[in-house]
Design a protein around this ligand. Structure first.
Ligand SMILES: *[C@@H]1O[C@H](CO)[C@@H](O)[C@H](O)[C@H]1NC(C)=O
Length: 321
């Protein structure tokens, strides 16, 4: 064999094997993706938000029934139980822990088709240490569409609930002790002007004096510095764009996992926003919220809920992009 022939053969073999390798890795990617996501439960209808109890059980809010559900995600086919039933006609929206195993929950009576508020947007305190005993913290009479909910200064000892209003494009602050309600942030970055999707600020999450939020209509993921009373301490910053984000979770190193209702994927965005990847492409429809597990076994498992009623466990470190 002449050296030239041998070089050609080598080239041929390299491209042949890289083709083979390509197929092998595509196949193993598909396999890994499949094992990286599993369905915990299929509800008949639209799920909205999720929180996790200290014991690892999931608390799931529901748009089409006034119910808050609890599921043990480790009991593979665990049936959900009803943690609390709110007054008739209420849809259940944002939910977040305000002290150990006690949760703030936003509900309201809405037109299920237009999402227009009808009446009675309310923020409740649901005490899971007392079998879901529930008291009203406050009504938010001027709310137009309460959606995501977060708390400050921390989930261990919150004093104030911050709730996104997706039609008014603002954040309401609710004082947990007094029930006083104020419009605390009314920033241009939380509005939506025209566009196909009239839903503006949607998911909110306060971490270390900063409020992170999605603006679904403007397709931005942003942050704004917070004062202790939940008002803005500076200007908004766009962390990442072209994400029609709903609710989201942020891990210990600041990586955000953002669900998208219309993009049918989960976006992973690094703390500074310089790395943005779409994971779970087209494997789930209508993702609405996500929360990491809280036990040693599932602290890197992201539980995702969808508007098709699915509760899915995603092993985020096993998902390829
Ligand atoms: C906020 O933005 C305004 C207008 O662009 C600017 O004048 C102001 O200095 C900014 N404030 C901060 C804290 O960066």
């Amino acid at each position: 064999m002449t050296p030239i022939c041998s070089a050609k053969l080598t080239l041929f073999l390299i491209s042949f094997f890289s083709l083979l390798l390509y197929h092998v890795s595509a196949a193993s990617t598909a396999r890994r993706q499949t094992s990286a996501i599993s369905t915990i439960y299929q509800f008949p209808n639209q799920l909205e938000n999720i929180a996790v109890r200290p014991n690892g059980n999931l608390l799931i809010s529901y748009i089409t029934a006034p119910e808050l559900y609890e599921i043990n995600p480790s009991a593979n086919v665990g049936r959900p139980s009803i943690a609390h039933t709110f007054p008739n006609g209420h849809s259940v929206f944002g939910i977040q822990e305000i002290s150990p195993d006690v949760f703030a929950v936003a509900t309201g009576i809405i037109d299920q088709l237009t999402l227009q508020a009808e009446r009675e947007y309310t923020v409740w305190r649901v005490d899971m240490t007392a079998d879901g005993a529930t008291t009203e913290i406050a009504k938010v009479p001027d709310a137009e569409f309460l959606n995501g909910l977060t708390v400050i200064p921390s989930s261990e000892a919150a004093t104030t609930v911050l709730v996104a209003d997706s039609f008014a494009g603002c954040v309401w602050a609710v004082d947990i002790a007094t029930g006083a309600v104020t419009k605390s942030i009314d920033d241009e970055s939380m509005k939506v002007r025209g566009g196909a999707i009239p839903i503006s600020v949607n998911g909110v999450l306060a971490r270390g004096g900063t409020l992170y939020y999605t603006n679904m209509g403007q397709r931005n993921f942003l942050s704004i510095p917070l004062n202790d009373d939940g008002t803005a301490a500076g200007n908004a910053t766009v962390i990442a764009s072209d994400i029609g984000g709903d609710d989201f979770e942020i891990d210990a190193v600041g990586t955000a996992y953002i669900t998208t209702y219309t993009d049918n994927t989960l976006f992973r965005v690094s703390a500074a926003g310089e790395l943005m990847t779409s994971i779970l492409d087209f494997q789930l429809n209508g993702l609405t919220a996500a929360h990491f597990g809280r036990t040693a076994d599932d602290e890197r498992t992201l539980y995702v809920v969808t508007n098709e009623g699915r509760v899915v466990a995603v092993q985020v470190d096993l998902v390829d992009v």
